[in-house]
Design a protein around this ligand. Structure first.
Ligand code: ADP
Ligand code: MG
Length: 478
């Protein structure tokens, strides 16, 4: 029997607000342990939560970007459990009335449905690897705002899951609510995974893989888990519903605990917080402040600017870069812009990636890139010389004019007739036999002569005038 993998994700997005969800402690990654805390995040008796307005706005932004319905009166609930890094003994989250309901993400031609998105606070961090017998607690993270995105079980493979996470990462960065950094834990996901016979319309029993903080490991964990479940099913065994961890060293998943049920958490309405009311006016404000989304730019780039889907995809990763590309498209004539996209993809983006920079903040003005492209267009410089020598020079000396740089590096084509004539004569004298063959009709020998001329002139001979002069001389030659 063939089996199909079914995956649903619970993704935690850490919001980049300045302060925590229910108090004014700063949100700072990498601060010394237990320095970003206050009586509220330490759960001292008598303290009360006070909701961060920006976090609500960010939730609405994400909901709008994913096509969710926004609940204008969502609520908070308490999720009760004991853990040393949770000083209150409960997490404030949204169980019955999450702020965003529904929505979808497109992965190629597949639609992955969002079940809901809710706001909640993060717990602190338990550190087990700093001391042989002690566990340490850092409460800097306690109370940091999170959005949890819960998908429907619509994903079907590790690859699709990775693409989905990439899309979420791009989107949260794009709309400015999170840095989406998986390594630093700003984007984490729990992977629910089950198998079912191909063609079946019901779902199988699932396991939950906890806290994947890199896509590389998440993919490995999914592949391992897929296989583990398949072996069990083939033996006729059932899959126990479990929460499992992933061991990066062995590449295996291992059972952590049997899956808890919602009632284990004794959810109840948070009595210290009123419903989150979103007025029509505020809602409109958030709506109008939302930037044009990456997929809309992608469509525009493909349909109106003639890019291939791959080109459009590459140029729609970071919002400011995309906006810069879009602006260039309105300032450059169409043929130049086409070359410009090539220049960005082949030279500028790789250079930026290597140097930790971003194209739109480089000190190279668009007028300089335009000059490079015009030098190529007017055949004053060969495309290869421009790409290999001039562009790196422009990047290294952004204040100087590309034409000046090209001159200094002796990259510009030379069409001076006397200079060309000496080189051509030199070549023709070196190949008297070939000249005779050419004169007898072997016209494709022109390529050989041109190649030699280019070699001797180090690519500087202007091709058109050179060829004309060469042909003239070949006919004169005895
Ligand atoms: P829980 O009560 O465990 O939180 P939910 O119904 O809220 O379960 O679902 C949590 C996540 O598990 C969702 O992302 C959902 O898509 C996914 N999920 C549910 N059933 C399955 C299944 N059979 N296989 C894989 N994923 C599933
Ligand atoms: Mg759930």
């Amino acid at each position: 029997m063939k089996y199909e993998t079914v995956i649903g994700l619970e993704i935690h997005v850490q919001l980049n607000t300045r302060s925590k969800l229910f108090c004014s402690d700063p949100v700072l990654f990498g601060a010394p342990p237990n320095t970003q805390v206050s009586p509220v995040s330490l759960a001292h008796p008598g303290t009360l939560p006070y909701l961060n307005r920006t976090a609500v706005e960010y939730a609405v932004r994400l909901g709008l970007a994913l096509g969710s319905t926004i609940d204008r009166a969502s609520r908070f609930d308490r999720k009760n459990y004991f853990y040393p890094d949770l000083p209150k003994g409960y997490q404030i989250t949204q169980e019955r009335r999450p702020i965003c309901v529904g929505g979808q993400v497109l992965i190629g031609c597949r639609t992955i449905r969002i079940h809901h998105i809710h706001l909640e606070e993060d717990a602190g961090k338990s550190i087990h690897d700093q001391h042989p017998i002690e566990s340490w607690i850092d409460l800097n993270r306690a109370g940091v705002p999170l959005l949890e995105i819960v998908t429907e079980p619509d994903l079907r493979s590790a690859e699709e899951t990775a693409l989905f996470m990439e899309e979420i990462r791009r989107l949260v960065r794009w709309i400015g609510i999170s840095d989406g950094n998986m390594e630093e834990g700003s984007l984490r996901c729990d992977v629910n995974i089950s198998l079912r016979p191909e063609g079946s319309t019901t779902y199988g029993e699932r396991c939950e893989l906890k806290n994947m903080n890199s896509m590389r490991f998440a993919k490995k964990a999914i592949q391992f888990e897929q296989d583990r479940q398949l072996q069990l099913l083939k033996k006729g065994e059932t899959i126990p519903r479990q929460t499992r961890g992933f061991d990066q060293e062995s590449g295996q998943t291992y059972a952590q605990r049997d899956k808890e049920e919602a009632h284990d958490y004794r959810y109840f309405p948070e009595p210290d917080l009123p419903p989150v009311l979103i007025s029509e006016e505020w809602f409109r404000q958030i709506q109008t402040s939302l930037p044009i989304l990456p997929r809309n730019y992608q469509t525009h780039f493909e349909e109106d600017l003639g890019m291939t889907p791959q080109e459009a995809q590459l140029l729609c990763q970071e919002r400011r870069t995309t906006e810069w590309v879009k602006q260039a498209s309105t300032q450059l004539p169409a043929p130049l812009f086409k070359w410009f996209t090539q220049l960005i993809i082949q030279k500028i983006l790789p250079w930026c990636a290597e140097n930790g920079q971003s194209p739109e903040t480089l000190p190279v003005p668009l007028s300089s890139w335009r000059q490079v492209l015009e030098l190529i267009q007017s055949e004053q410089i060969s495309a290869s010389a421009a790409y290999q020598k001039l562009v790196p020079a422009v990047l290294a000396s952004p204040q100087r004019s590309p034409e000046e740089l090209a001159k200094q590096l002796e990259l510009l084509h030379e069409a001076d007739e006397a200079w060309l004539a000496t080189i051509i004569d030199e070549v023709l004298q070196r190949f008297p036999e070939k000249v005779k063959e050419y004169q007898k009709g072997k016209k494709n020998l022109i390529g050989l002569f041109m190649g030699e001329i280019m070699r001797i002139s180090k690519g500087k001979a202007e091709p058109k005038s050179t060829q004309q002069l060469l042909q003239k001389k070949l006919l004169q030659e005895k």
